[in-house]
Design a protein around this ligand. Structure first.
Ligand code: MV4
Length: 508
């Protein structure tokens, strides 16, 4: 087993990996950019090294610097977390070339699966069902038209280098095809430096269900069941859960075996995810693979009891899988709400600044993976995800009730968060019935947070908001050693709670 590893990331995921290291008795080395000097991951790590200016291109994306620091600090491996360099095959290769271990899949698998067309081809060859469409890049507009007619409209044009919803175009009628092909190719060329495009049958309102897999370096691969990830907004997942309300034991086995087959076909090891689209008849089709530890991994951890982050590190160090497929079982339901520093009342505009007040929920069935503490700064430079709230329940209803309880206990002031939005989604009748699709938010919450108050209620809200704002101002001032900081007494927590209740009563 490793003695020391470097975590090439920040925020909640860096904290998550530090926790895994600590439980394994491994020293965790953090890295930080200028603005992250005082971040939680830096505080929690055993050692921390400065790697450059705040923009990620100058710090968290600086491959040479990260490798240099890892060597200097005496690390044996690098965990990339998610985002940044996690799915960069060149980085994985460089790390290994420098005699360090990349804590993730082999560079060859990242490369293969990163090319969405190559991935489709590989999976189809392995006998895995993919969405009907082409395996070769479209050469001419005439060829595109021929294929589209054969598949039948609506079709979807995708970029080989795309993924995660980037560079896609739905075409419903023949007359729009040529223009869409042209636009998609030129967009793909500028966004991914790869103009290759292909066509798929467009599935209307599918569900997004993904299977977590784990594979070791000895060719053993197992699956940890599915996550339902249909609740997303503009290709950003909002709420995930496991198990999926539509997947039964039989379907789990079938999807799981398909995902294992997919991993083997790609020469995969370490943790990974196979994404599937599921149509209204519960047919599932391979969509793409995620070659990283995913944001939503905790829901799988909660229902299986398997620590995926620790397993990743064990696998990378050369240990065989700790579990056989028969050892994996699922209990209850886990739900995750992603907490973004975004204002749901203002078109989800990113919100930055100092967290002037911070209180986390606790109690039965609650897990908080966050990168925050009271007084910390939320910078503008990175992803707006600041934390995740995960609840477990004996069944889906209990997990939902717990989530509502936990969200109401989660107090973050100083920056706007998506917490109030989550509360509304959890109250949605369709959500409660498990009737989910990738169009759910668009259809049910097109305006973001719903504010449905009478005029006098709005006045009350304004009053409470002003009080809360005053509260924050005072805290910010004293935290910065403002002119009144010394004479300011600590807030009366009863008063604070009263004001919060006032806000909560009006759904704030
Ligand atoms: C699709 C699709 C419907 N039909 N492909 C979006 C992200 C990218 N990974 C693939 N995506 C989709 N591909 C076919 N043939 C619908 C989507 C899609 C989607 C998929 C997963 C999660 C959310 C989504 C939201 C909109 C569209």
């Amino acid at each position: 087993m490793f003695k020391k590893i470097l975590i090439a990331n920040r925020g909640e995921i860096a904290v998550r990996i530090i926790r895994a290291c600590r439980e394994l008795g491994i020293k965790a080395v953090a890295v930080y950019s200028e603005i992250d000097r005082k971040s939680l991951h830096v505080r929690m790590a055993d050692e921390a090294y400065f790697i450059g200016p705040s923009p990620s291109t100058a710090s968290y994306l600086n491959m040479e610097k990260l490798i240099e620091v890892a060597k200097k600090a005496g690390c044996e491996g690098i965990h990339p977390g998610y985002g940044f360099l996690a799915e960069n095959s060149a980085f994985a290769r460089k790390v290994e070339e420098q005699g360090l271990v990349f804590i993730g899949p082999p560079a060859s698998a990242i490369e293969l699966l990163g090319d969405k067309m190559a991935a489709r081809k590989t999976m189809k060859k392995a006998g895995i069902e993919v969405v009907p469409g082409t395996e070769e890049p479209l050469e001419t507009e005439e060829q595109g038209l021929k294929i589209a007619r054969k598949i039948g409209f609506p079709i979807l044009i995708k970029a080989a280098g795309g993924g995660g919803g980037k560079g896609m175009r739905v075409v419903r009628e023949e007359k729009d095809l040529k223009e869409a092909m042209r636009a998609c190719a030129s967009e793909a060329k500028s966004a991914f430096a790869d103009a290759r495009i292909y066509i798929e049958k467009y599935l209307e309102k599918p569900r997004h269900v993904e299977i977590q897999i784990l594979g070791d370096k000895f060719g053993k691969v197992i699956h940890l069941g599915e996550r339902e990830c249909s609740i997303q907004r503009r290709h950003q997942k909002v709420i995930e859960e496991s198990p999926s309300p539509i997947v039964d034991e039989k379907m789990r086995k079938k999807m799981g075996e398909t995902a294992v087959k997919a991993a083997k076909a790609a020469g995969y090891y370490n943790a990974g995810t196979m994404e599937f689209l599921v149509d209204s008849d519960k047919n599932f089709y391979f969509l793409e693979a995620n070659t990283r530890l995913q944001v939503e991994h905790p829901v799988t951890e909660m229902v299986t009891g398997i620590d995926i982050a620790k397993e990743q590190i064990r696998i990378a160090s050369g240990s065989p899988l700790s579990y056989k497929q028969e050892d994996v079982s699922w209990k209850g339901t886990a739900i995750e709400c992603r907490i973004y520093a975004e204002d749901p009342e203002n078109n989800f505009l990113p919100s930055t600044g100092m967290v002037s007040h911070y209180e986390e929920p606790a109690g039965p069935g609650i897990r908080v993976d966050a990168g925050l503490y009271e007084g910390c700064e939320i910078p503008i430079y990175y992803d707006p995800i600041i934390g995740k709230l995960i609840t477990w329940g004996a069944n889906r209803d209990e997990a939902i009730q717990r989530m509502k309880r936990a969200l109401s206990e989660y107090h973050i002031s100083g920056v706007a968060t998506t917490i109030p939005f989550h509360i509304q989604v959890l109250d949605n009748e369709k959500f409660k019935r498990g009737e989910l699709s990738t169009h759910f938010i668009q259809e049910e919450f097109s305006q973001g947070l719903k504010v449905t108050l009478e005029e006098d209620e709005l006045k009350m809200v304004a009053l409470f908001a002003a009080l809360a704002e005053y509260q924050n101002k005072k805290r910010v001032q004293s935290a910065f050693g403002g002119k009144n900081s010394r004479v300011q007494e600590k807030e009366n927590p009863w008063k604070m709670e009263g004001r919060r209740r006032g806000l909560r009563r009006f759904g704030m």
